[in-house]
Design a protein around this ligand. Structure first.
Ligand code: TRP
Length: 333
């Protein structure tokens, strides 16, 4: 049985990078697999979160998942903290994973920065929790972006070491699902940096709730170079900003970068930006509207999350019970 698990952090505004890099792919997978999509609030608190903002962001991301096209009746959509198995299995994995493995994680080094001594222990153990997310459901496939590949590798190592240590053939090796081209959306201000909610410049990203005016303004201000569009994507090499805009256009219009270059060859970026604005508004407009509508109904979102958590627990609890048995924990008879 093939089962998908993926997670998204509830840390503020969803943007075009989240949509094209993750959510849109999740929507495509929903008809092919049994899917669990988790708003990872336990992961979020590895760095400080204001409680009221965490609550609001958890609901907003949930609204984003549904607005992007995930059907809450056929997918399991829930927030991590409502399913205790994640934290319970993460503890066991804290005892399976080795310090040496975690020391190699590049994301921890980036996020902790120079002030490593002051990073939370949770930030360090973050990948073990991610392994627990996936393996608590024995998920077989995990859609992840480039930046999470190393963490998924670690999940595979943990699964294998658990199986070896306890001499069982229990956990599957979860496979990465890397989907489609142009999934890496870069900042509109710097074509070499990923589009990110932590970028201080609002103009660096298009948020999923941005209206037509904001979208138009940000695209107009997006950095480019003075050259026109080339005839083929080859002509975009060493032009990161131009390549990014072509990539975004292609992803939004469902075309290849070749087709986009072909159609717009010789055009100035001022004209191309207008075309890009049009397709961005066409795709994001309805999604942003739906997100705003859903966010205004927290009771509905809470009901979706509670129902999703019930379904998630129904899968994870029996698996966790088997794990407890394997590890040698006594449980009520
Ligand atoms: N670490 C992922 C991110 O920051 C989110 C995540 C948590 C996740 N648990 C996961 C992704 C399990 C895939 C599978 O993007």
């Amino acid at each position: 049985m093939e089962r998908i698990f993926s997670g998204i952090q509830p840390t503020g505004d969803l943007h075009l990078g989240n949509y094209l890099g993750a959510l849109r792919n999740w929507v495509k997978l929903q008809s092919e697999y049994e899917c669990l999509y988790c708003v990872v609030d336990l992961h979020a608190i590895t760095v400080w979160q204001e409680p009221d903002e965490l609550r609001a962001n958890t609901r907003e991301v949930t609204a984003g998942l549904i607005a992007a096209g995930l059907n809450p009746d056929t997918n399991i959509i829930f927030n991590q903290s409502q399913v205790p198995a994640h934290a319970q299995l993460a503890w066991i994995f804290n005892c399976v994973a080795r310090l040496g493995w975690l020391n190699r994680m590049t994301q921890f080094k980036e996020k902790a920065g120079k002030n490593r001594e002051n990073a939370s222990v949770g930030l360090y153990a973050y990948p073990n929790l991610m392994a627990a997310d996936i393996l608590a459901y024995k998920a077989t496939h995990v859609p992840v972006g480039e930046d999470q590949k190393q963490h998924l590798e670690l999940s595979r190592d943990i699964a294998q070491k658990f199986n070896n240590d306890y001499k069982v053939d229990f956990f599957p090796q979860p496979e990465p699902l890397i989907l489609g081209p142009a999934t890496r959306v870069m900042s509109l201000r710097d074509g070499t940096a990923k589009m990110s909610k932590s970028d201080p410049s609002e103009n660096s990203r298009i948020n999923m709730t941005d209206g037509p005016d904001a979208i138009a303004k940000k695209i107009r201000r997006a950095k480019t170079d003075p050259d026109p569009l080339p005839e083929t994507p080859k002509g975009l090499e060493s032009r990161p900003e131009a390549a990014n805009l072509v990539g975004i256009y292609a992803a939004l219009a469902g075309k290849t970068p070749e087709e986009v270059c072909n159609e717009h060859a010789g055009a100035q970026f001022s004209a191309f930006k207008e075309a890009l604005t049009e397709v961005a508004v066409e795709v994001l407009g309805p999604i942003g509207g739906e997100m705003t509508r859903l966010t205004a109904d927290p009771a509905y979102l809470d009901k979706i999350l509670a129902g999703g958590a019930d379904q998630a627990r129904a899968i994870a609890d029996p698996i966790l019970a088997e794990i407890y048995e394997i590890v040698g924990f006594l449980t009520p008879a």
